[in-house]
Ligand binder design. Sequence first.
Ligand code: GLU
Length: 470
Amino acid sequence: MSSSPTSFFDTVCKNFDKAAAFTGHPQGLLDQIKACNSVYQFMFPVQTDEGYDVISAWRVEHSQHKLPTKGGIRFSENVNEDEVKALAALMTYKCAIVDVPFGGAKGAVKINPAKYTLEELQRITRRYTAELVKKNFIGPGIDVPAPDYGTGPREMAWIVDTYQALNPSSIDAAACVTGKPVSQGGIRGRKEATGRGVFYAIREVCSVAEDMKALGLSTGLDGKRVIVQGLGNVGYHAAKFIQEGGGIIVGLAEYEGAIYNPKGLDLEAVIKHRKETRSIRNFPGATTLDSNRAALEMECDILVPAALENQLTEENAPRIKARIIAEGANGPTTAEAEDILLKKGIMIIPDMYANAGGVTVSYFEWLKNLQHVRMGRMGRRFTERSMGQVIDVIEKATGKKITDQQKALLVRGPDEEDLVNSGLEDTMILAYHEIRSIWKQTKGIDLRTAAFISAVNKIATSYIELGIFP
Ligand code: GLU
């Protein structure tokens, strides 16, 4: 499909160009970084109760400067090639920003998953995987898919099983896809990772007193009023960790509508209400808003669009009241909206940093699969025993005893989830300060441009060191 002037991929390229102008790299190198290297579009039939459906599908590998390439697979009726290219490009920049050593990719299957039975969905997923295997578009060292909109651990398990069946002698086959169920080689903490990463990003942004002052906000997340659009895996977990971290969830939006309560909403109670009534509408004590878009315009400090792209547009941007927008989704802000929001002095924490937690933990899962051992398995007991010995020595030397409760806390060795969360937290904090320092040092740019500059410089260094560019 050719891209119209306002296409999603064009928006990503425009943002790229804006940043590239600050890097000083030769145009040829910049063109190579920006281009989508491989676009595989294919069609395959699936037998359904009513006959056959011929399904369109894609896998786009945007950049192979580092291998494997990495990115989710989206099941959605509304996907098109332009969108897959844009999302694949964002994966390249995302991985570079958080120092995940992968190129970017994305896949899509143009279906409405709700229209198919479980059996049909499995058939579609397996056939999609087989098509990727045939063309060498999947493999632990080639291209490693993951969940995205409309897919989850269930589909990833079908993918790994299909890949294994077609590559029976591959000892590293489990690393061909991430986001698997833990019992199928997945890693603890992957499911929550994107939402947790959004939370770490927001918390870090809010911890910088100078920046908060400039926005007219107090330092820290505590007491900040937050609206989250989307209660899927990303939105739900972001809201959960934000609430646990001291933020007040004042608004929640899903496709059926939105709810708002300036005094705060209890997330778990809302989830329970939605399960019981099949809607978040009419949650006791909250105002129900007719459209989920209306929630974006309500009074708050932080807005987290965690649903789909193109939610903040030229049309609604002038009415946005948030001071900070944290992009949990990929591409929720159009270029036109961004200009308006930045003029209003709103700080935008860009998608390719804010939602990079998912791919970061995917990287840890891939490492676990290649190591064939659970993180923490070798060292946890050793750490506990060593710490116990240190406490014994201190107790003997001081003649004082600590309580069993204190001891249990001090000697605890890290398990897999502790290590995953610690690695994710460290990644998000370091990446933010890398971006922030570029933002502060380069006059007149915004955080997204700073994030792009960080990514472009890292990818350019790769190409230069590999000898592909002088
Ligand atoms: N689909 C997620 C994203 O857009 C995760 C990708 C991955 O883990 O490879 O970042």
